[in-house]
Design a protein around this ligand. Structure first.
Ligand SMILES: Nc1ncnc2c1ncn2[C@@H]1O[C@H](COP(=O)(O)OP(=O)(O)O)[C@@H](O)[C@H]1O
Ligand SMILES: O=C(OP(=O)(O)O)[C@H](O)COP(=O)(O)O
Length: 397
């Protein structure tokens, strides 16, 4: 990445305004998975250890420009205090007097976490006045929020119009490096695995990947839109009817380009969308009315596994089935294990997407793959070959 980094600027005595992605799950005031916070620690510690005053901004959830106490970052500030060895202050607003007072109180080497930037409409609107107010807090800007970098919002991108230099943090750099190397200069065979439920979000990625990968394995809820395109029965399975023609077109394009688009040869079909529903394994032409595909079947798990183990670069986005339900998690777990195996054999394996990341965690294999991305939407936008606004906005080297 040819953007300035934290190491290119003087930190001592400076106020560093840093965007992080602390959009973490919170239940009853407790942080669930704090991976996004832990991943931001290298940048956070770099600034505080070098004597900068660190002002952190983040969103939490989608409050829609209104104050919503259940989406306050206060519990996050409390949790952050357990992860760092300097004082963490919390400001109850991200702009105005409340923010200013707390920032003035904090000493160099300490941290201020500002309240949820999405409590203001100006954040999403990338509003000039709001950007200026945020910019006032710092002497320089740093973006370490990879997971939010696909959003052209004030605290991610707009603020850089009024605050320079704008540098990249370590997490952002690491994420971009992994994605860049794997997508633009991959060791082959290069295999992409796409699953999950957001068919319309992901189908565009397939088009871009056709020019890059050797195989695309389609699983999860994506499967049945492709099945329908092939004229196979899908019963009550998840389908996006308005994407059936696109699926057809993509399969034709794949053929022309010599890319294997591999669909499941069998599925686990269930009578209902619940874990203890009646279920059975069926072939690709065996999903009857009243049944829905909820996981890839055992034959598919084996064949996908073999392709993945032999790959040198693997990108995985979206689970292979309804993995939250134990009875339908086998396909996802098999793919997770195959990724771990491929990594052991020297392959580069990357996982993007919130649910795929929890799936690999659930399988206890997050340490066994090369990289678990902190951004779902952001890594997809990158895979689509588009520029991320939060990266474009940074100062060139
Ligand atoms: N066959 C299926 N039918 C319905 N939902 C599915 C199926 N396979 C996977 N899913 C669901 O897809 C969801 C994840 O999809 P998505 O959000 O696209 O993935 P990610 O967050 O990894 O990008 C999970 O909640 C999972 O239960
Ligand atoms: O959780 C996030 O995205 P992700 O679920 O696509 O990884 C980011 O924090 C961005 O949040 P947003 O999709 O509400 O802008």
């Amino acid at each position: 990445m040819d953007k300035m980094t934290l190491e290119d600027v003087q930190i001592e005595g400076k106020k560093v305004l840093m965007r992080v992605d602390f959009n973490v799950p919170i239940k009853d005031g407790q942080i669930g998975d704090d991976n996004r916070m832990v991943q931001a620690l290298p940048s956070i510690n770099y600034v505080t250890k070098h004597g900068g005053k660190l002002i952190l901004m983040s969103h939490l959830g989608r409050p829609g420009g209104e104050v919503d106490k259940s989406l306050s970052l206060k519990p996050v500030a409390k949790h952050l205090q357990t992860l760092v060895d300097t004082k963490v202050h919390f400001a109850e607003d991200c702009i105005g007097e409340k923010a200013k007072t707390v920032i003035n109180q904090a000493k160099d080497g300490e941290i201020v976490l500002l309240e949820n930037v999405r409590f203001h409409k100006g954040e999403k609107a990338n509003d000039e006045e709001f950007c200026k107010q945020l910019a006032k807090h710092g002497d320089l800007f740093c973006n370490d929020a990879f997971g939010s970098s696909h959003r052209a919002h004030s605290s991610v991108a707009g603020v850089t119009r009024f605050l320079q230099p704008a540098v990249s943090g370590y997490l952002l750099e690491k994420e971009i490096k992994y994605l860049n190397d794997s997508i633009n200069n991959p060791s082959r065979p290069f295999v992409a695995i796409l699953g999950g439920a957001k068919v319309s979000d992901k189908i565009g990625v397939i088009e871009n990947l056709l020019d890059k990968v050797d195989s695309i394995l389609v699983g999860g809820g994506m499967t049945y839109t492709f099945y329908k395109a092939k004229g196979l029965p899908i019963g009550d399975s998840l389908v996006e009817d308005d994407k059936v023609d696109l699926a057809k077109e993509l399969m034709m394009k794949a053929d022309e380009k010599g890319v294997n688009v591999v669909l499941p040869v069998d599925s686990v079909a269930a009578k209902e969308f619940k874990n203890d529903a009646e279920h059975k394994v069926v072939d690709e032409d065996g999903i009857e009315d009243g049944w829905m595909g909820v996981d890839i079947g055992p034959q598919t798990a084996i064949s996908f596994g073999n392709i993945i183990k032999n790959a040198r670069t693997v990108v995985w986005n979206g689970p292979m089935g309804v993995f939250e339900m134990e009875n339908f998690a086998d396909g996802t777990n098999a793919v997770a294990e195959a990724l771990a195996e491929s990594t052991k054999l020297g392959g580069t394996t990357i996982i993007g997407g919130g649910d795929s990341a929890s799936a690999i965690k659930q399988a206890g294999l997050e340490e066994a793959v090369s990289h678990v991305s902190t951004g779902g939407g952001a890594s997809l936008m990158f895979l689509e070959g588009k520029d991320l606004p939060g990266v474009v906005a940074l100062t060139d080297k």
